[in-house]
Design a protein around this ligand. Structure first.
Ligand SMILES: [Zn+2]
Length: 458
């Protein structure tokens, strides 16, 4: 995702908010405002010193993704194609440390840039509006096919074992089988033999045929991303949902493979994902099983006498970061706070929420200001196997004691990799971002050409 400074100027908006009709309208709205000095000082009092230790992981894997969706020809602006590129950069911490000049915190940017060659990119091309892939019956059916093909082929395979693909991860997250209630093509929900799921996918049975319409139905349809695809609409939102889900599924696949084959290495690693630990929109239900997965991985490592890996999500923008920046001047260096629901309801969200993110989030957000004055929104997986919409869960997820020393180690990680060149980022994510960015010029031009070539349009 782009850094704040890369965003297009939003010049001109001040004229709108000065319009008398809009002023009157805003009087009737609740929204996040800059806290006044007294309020900010009160908020700051609830922050406490951030714990630290001497923790350093042996490796850091950072992931960042960029979406790209664009008309393939200026003459047909509603004919769109989408691309998603997810980059994972692996950093050897000892090698990284060797680049730090002993007298200062200065790291040679050219040497660091070389590290981003140690990266893997996962690219996906998806049909958007008005593109019918492989003569499918509709744009949506073509989209489903393209998602299936690309999530079941070798591009997401992490080892020789085909369980360690996104396809394998989906089945594993479902406990070996995944069901869907209705046909994604004809919407029929009539099922055979009193089963509440119309289709049940298991290993080796990942493609079915609908008895009512004859269309093929795929395991990956359980992600429901195609539901946002219409024959004539904009596909941007489906592409964004795809990217969000895939980034988390790739990470989960990697972690699954390591816990099986290299548990010791896994326990010494740190993983940084761009954005909150959450899956939004139609695929959101996988956030429940991702939480369970990381809980089980931690239990399995503990059983073998290893500590859990550090898995964090870092947000660059959004409501939490906007709030964090607005109070940052009032916070002591090296302080933090858990974002419990009460705090969110009072200072961040315009609506009261009894159990924030119940359907989407699998990690808890913390605001952390480093000793250097950088501010971060850090998420750590909820340390539970299941979650519920109850008040007691809302309380437990915000109980810092439940996170053990993971919070301390997450802060250590951010302190070590905080980046002075960019606002509030860490070096691994900055590298992944650089690698993932599909720049529109000239790189995007090449993608355009490839697309046109593939579709036979000149
Ligand atoms: Zn059907």
């Amino acid at each position: 995702m782009p850094y704040s400074r890369e965003r297009a100027s939003k010049g001109g908006h001040s004229d709108i908010v000065k319009n008398p009709d809009v002023i009157k309208f805003l009087d009737d709205c609740d929204y996040m405002r800059q806290p006044d000095e007294n309020e900010a000082k009160t908020i700051a009092k609830s922050y406490t010193p951030a714990p630290s230790s001497e923790f350093q992981p042996s490796m850091v894997l950072a992931s960042d993704a960029s979406p790209y969706s664009q008309p393939i020809s200026g003459k047909f602006p509603s004919t769109q194609v989408g691309y998603v590129k997810v980059s994972m950069v692996l950093i050897d911490v000892q090698k990284f440390n060797a680049l730090i000049q002993p007298s200062s915190r200065f790291v040679d940017p050219f040497k660091v840039a070389e590290m981003h060659r140690n990266a893997d990119a996962f690219s996906f091309a998806l049909p958007g509006s008005n593109i019918r892939y492989k003569k499918a019956k509709s744009v949506k059916d073509g989209f489903r096919l393209a998602v299936w093909e690309q999530l079941s082929d070798d591009r997401t395979r992490f080892s020789k074992d085909s369980t360690f693909t996104i396809r394998g991860t989906l089945l594993d997250l479902g406990g070996g089988s995944v069901g869907i209630k209705k046909c994604p093509s004809c919407d029929s929900s009539m099922s055979m033999g009193g089963n509440s799921d119309k289709f049940v996918f298991t290993v080796g049975n990942e493609v079915k045929t609908c008895p009512d319409c004859g269309e093929r139905v795929y395991l990956t349809d359980s992600l429901r991303i195609h539901e946002q695809i219409s024959d004539y609409g904009d596909c941007t939102s489906a592409i964004t949902r795809f990217m969000n889900a895939i980034e988390h599924l790739l990470l989960a696949t990697f972690v699954r493979m390591l816990v099986k084959h290299q548990p010791k290495s896994l326990s010494e690693m740190a993983f940084i994902v761009d954005g909150p630990l959450a899956v939004f929109g139609q695929p959101a239900s996988i956030s429940f099983s991702l939480m369970a997965l990381y809980y089980k991985v931690e239990s399995e490592l503990a059983r073998r006498g290893y500590q859990p890996p550090i898995i964090i999500g870092l947000q660059k923008d959004g409501q939490v970061m906007e709030h964090a920046r607005s109070i940052e001047p009032y916070l002591e260096p090296n302080s933090y706070r858990v974002l419990d629901d009460e705090y969110r309801n009072r200072y961040i969200s315009p609506v009261n929420n009894n159990n924030f993110g119940y359907e989407t989030y699998f990690g808890q957000d913390f605001i952390f200001k480093t000793n250097n004055g950088r501010i971060f929104s850090v998420a750590i997986p909820y340390p539970f196997e299941t979650r519920s919409a109850t008040l007691s869960f809302a309380k437990e997820k915000a109980n810092v004691a439940n996170y053990g020393n993971k919070l301390t180690r997450a802060f250590d990680l951010i302190r070590h990799f905080q980046l002075d060149l960019y606002e509030n980022s860490v070096i691994p994510i900055a590298l992944a971002h650089r690698h993932a960015s599909i720049s529109l010029v000239p790189g995007g031009k090449v993608l355009d050409l490839v697309t046109r070539h593939g579709l036979g349009i000149n």
